[in-house]
Design a protein around this ligand. Structure first.
Ligand code: F3S
Length: 780
């Protein structure tokens, strides 16, 4: 037995605030010895009234019974105007607990009174709330609670030519009001007939204003009661019989559930009547306190436990009930196989009809027959396709159950982020179709692998582990991703690797692929980058100069970036840095061979081994003068040179090519290739030629020496002759004087000196002219 509580039940906010206000007033006044009165029950519930009386509230039936000057509580559903008049006359202090919803109706009908129209109050004319509303709306009032009453008001409005202004008691039945509302709408539209079945007579059109003033609390409670009553075997309505809203709940529930019981508390529980019911609904009026509801629910739970312990009758009734009930289409039923043929399987599903599973509603492997799968007495689950297949059987499908289970697996994999095994069937536009058992799904090309896939041929027929990306079961659609699995695995491996390797470790790797800037090396499931500069100590143009694909190598972990998931590796670190061991391999004076790797204006760099370049200075290239190195040496050429100096600290090696050549070489230049280095006879011939050249030069030197000597002698004679000639000329111009003149000349006056020119041109006398002498001579 299940006990189900209505969604909305018990105290509404209006009732709650009325009870709380009354309780506070009684408490405060009681403390000062002031009695508090109420004219009738504050709310319609005897339990609450009794409880308030116990606290000090005095309930009287007429205000006349209240002593002058006392305190009196005004009730939540409002009081008639006469109440306030009499209270004033008796000098009573009124503590009003009227609900705001009721107050709102008072305001609405007050306006009607001013307009002089007819106020129609839909409600119970005896209910204090309706009485209070009527009082406030003056003389033109009509109170209706039935179709007849509504038609009578319509007639009156036509006759008196008045408009109607409709309000509703807050706790009135919502469904009932809808019927009456329709009448008033029809009247407003001019389509209300005067009598049922009389097609000719219509009420004339009347101006009608309708205010649905049923409060939310009432509507909610009535709505929940209505829907609950339709789904249970019995309904319990908890509340006071004097409560209008509780009575409405009862009427509503009763119309949906034949076994509806009105109970005030646990004492009224019809336990015997409901003990065979499977589901029992409970609701309560707006004036029913929570305590009473709780008591009822608790008792029902106890009863349920007692009842469930062992009740053969209950079980028997259940069986009968089940046997009579037919499953609905779409239900999954369980039954026992009672007959198997090649055509179908007959199943007893415990109701008055047998179920039939035709062959095409079973998943069969090739060549498989129904008797291979089923035998009598087997328990089988199947889905109801039709509860009558035309032959009086229930048409069942085993395949749909299986497919449903597979969809469940797919949904579970999606929700739990699990994986499934699928088989790739065929390539389609943008991807492939892959089947998970009987369900076909789609794998987009981009989700087939964690690398770029151009054609899906290689995947056809393969079983792939996939994740479920999207499911639209209603449209039979599911999208898988193999890439997501690969990524997850990679991530997992990555995490393991991060935890196990450290910067500086030397680990095994396998060269997977090359790029222009290096090689990717698999280090146990993930790829690390081996940059081209970390492959060799020397310069590389491409990693393939040193490595090959699939080569297994040892690499050193240079750096790890966990955030970017990048690992940098080194390969050259497996060998010592060449400069650190240079003295182990090279010494000054050693003749070495290397390759010209760079030609500069000042020299050429020769690679002796990767990472170890030496410089041949331009002056060390050849004995002859070299102006342009490129004319002599080209990059890539093999060079033989002698080590002149090794500076380990500055990482410099000085080399000389010419030191490897013979000084006496006629060529004196650079040999184009090491293979051109002369040897044997050639060398001897060159030596001989060189000696001859030496002798020739010596002879030339001797001759030059003779000529130079002869020229020098001649020149000396000429100079001497000129000097003698010049002396003669001077003597002719200035004959030699006595020694006194010589002294006088030594004391010459300044004037004399001034007159003497610095140079003078002397014309030789014609008589004395020597034929060989020059015509003029300049003498300083
Ligand atoms: Fe007020 Fe509605 Fe309750 S009118 S008293 S809230 S039932």
């Amino acid at each position: 037995m299940n006990v189900v509580k209505a969604k909305h039940l018990g105290f509404c906010f209006g009732v709650k605030q009325a009870v709380d206000t009354a309780r506070r007033t009684v408490s405060k006044c009681g403390a000062k010895g002031i009695p508090v009165y109420a004219c009738g029950s504050i709310i319609h519930n005897a339990h609450v009234t009794r409880s308030l009386e116990a606290e000090g509230l005095i309930v009287v039936s007429d205000i006349g019974q209240v002593p002058d000057g006392s305190v009196i509580i005004g009730r939540s559903h409002g009081e008639p105007l006469s109440f306030y008049d009499r209270a004033t006359a008796k000098s009573l202090v009124v503590v009003d607990t009227i609900c705001p919803y009721v107050q709102r109706i008072h305001r609405l009908v007050r306006d009607v009174k001013r307009a002089g129209d007819i106020a129609v109050i839909v409600g119970d004319r005896r209910h204090p709330e309706v009485v209070g509303i009527r009082d406030r709306s003056g003389a033109s009032v009509a109170i209706v609670d039935s179709r007849e009453g509504a038609l009578a008001v319509a007639n009156r409005a036509c006759e008196e030519n008045k408009s109607l202004f409709v309000v509703v008691q807050t706790t009135f039945d919502r469904g009932k009001f809808r019927d009456l509302e329709e009448i008033f709408r029809d009247l407003r539209e001019g389509r209300l007939r005067r009598a049922d079945g009389d097609g000719a007579a219509f009420f004339r059109r009347v101006d009608v204003t309708i205010h649905n003033t049923i409060c939310n609390a009432t509507e909610n409670r009535q709505g929940s009661a209505r829907s609950l009553a339709g789904s249970v075997d019995a309904m319990l309505i908890v509340g006071d019989r004097a409560s209008s809203n509780t009575r409405k709940l009862f009427e509503i529930a009763e119309s949906g559930c034949a076994r509806t019981y009105f109970i005030e508390d646990i004492n009224d529980l019809p336990l015997k009547d409901i003990q065979l019911c499977n589901t029992i609904g409970i609701t309560a009026g707006a004036s029913t306190p929570e305590r009473i509801i709780k008591e009822v629910i608790t008792r029902m739970s106890e009863f349920k436990n007692e009842n469930n312990e062992s009740n053969p009758m209950h079980e028997f009734m259940d069986e009968i009930d089940k046997a009579l009930r037919l499953p609905r289409n779409g239900d999954i039923v369980t039954g026992e196989v009672i007959q198997v043929t090649d055509k179908d399987v007959i199943v007893n599903i415990g109701c008055k009809k047998d179920g039939v599973i035709p062959r095409n509603e079973v998943v069969l492997e090739a060549e498989q027959r129904l008797p291979d799968l089923f035998k009598e007495g087997d328990e089988v689950q199947a889905k109801v396709l039709k509860n009558d297949d035309g032959d009086g059987n229930i048409l069942l499908s085993k395949k749909r159950v299986v497919i449903s289970e597979h969809w469940e697996d797919i949904n579970a994999a999606r929700d739990d982020k699990g994986t499934l095994e699928v088989t790739v069937i065929k390539e389609v536009n943008g991807g492939v179709i892959a089947s998970f058992k009987e369900i076909n799904g789609f794998i987009p090309m981009s989700q087939l692998s964690d690398r770029y896939v151009e054609k899906a041929d290689e995947f056809i027929g393969q079983t792939l582990t996939v994740k479920v990306m999207r499911v639209e079961q209603k449209r039979n659609k599911v999208v898988f991703s193999h890439k997501a699995v690969l990524n997850e695995e990679r991530q997992k491996r990555m995490m393991e690797i991060w935890d196990t390797i450290h910067v500086g470790d030397v680990i095994d790797g396998k060269v997977m692929r090359f790029t222009e800037y290096g090689a990717f090396v698999d280090i146990g499931g993930i790829d690390g980058l081996l940059h081209i500069s970390e492959i060799s100590w020397g310069k590389l143009r491409h990693p393939s100069e040193i490595l090959s694909l699939d080569q297994e190598i040892k690499v050193k972990v240079l750096s790890m970036n966990k955030e970017k998931e990048k690992i940098s590796l080194g390969y050259k670190q497996n060998l010592p840095e060449p400069w650190s061991v240079i003295h182990d391999k090279f010494t000054v004076g050693q003749i070495v061979t290397g390759k010209a790797v760079q030609v500069k204006e000042y020299g050429v760099f020769v690679e002796l081994e990767p990472g170890l370049d030496g410089l041949v200075h331009i002056s060390e290239i050849a004995f002859k003068r070299v102006n342009n190195i490129s004319d002599e040496i080209e990059v890539g050429q093999t060079i033989t040179a002698k080590i002149l100096e090794i500076d380990q600290e500055r990482k410099r090696i000085s080399l000389s090519i010419k030191e490897t050549l013979d000084r006496t070489s006629l060529e004196g230049g650079v040999l184009k290739d090491a293979t051109e280095v002369p040897s044997g006879k050639m060398k001897d011939a060159l030596h001989e030629a060189a000696e001859k050249v030496g002798e020739a030069l010596e002879n030339i030197g001797d001759r030059v020496g003779d000529i130079t000597e002869s020229i020098a002698d001649k020149a000396g004679e000429i100079v001497e002759s000129i000097a003698e000639k010049a002396e003669d000329i001077l003597d002719a111009i200035h004959p030699p004087k006595a020694s006194a003149d010589e002294d006088a000349a030594g004391e010459a006056t300044p004037e004399t000196v001034a007159e003497a020119p610095a140079t003078e041109t002397v014309e030789a006398p014609a008589a004395d002219t020597d034929a060989e002498a020059p015509a003029t001579e300049t003498v300083e």
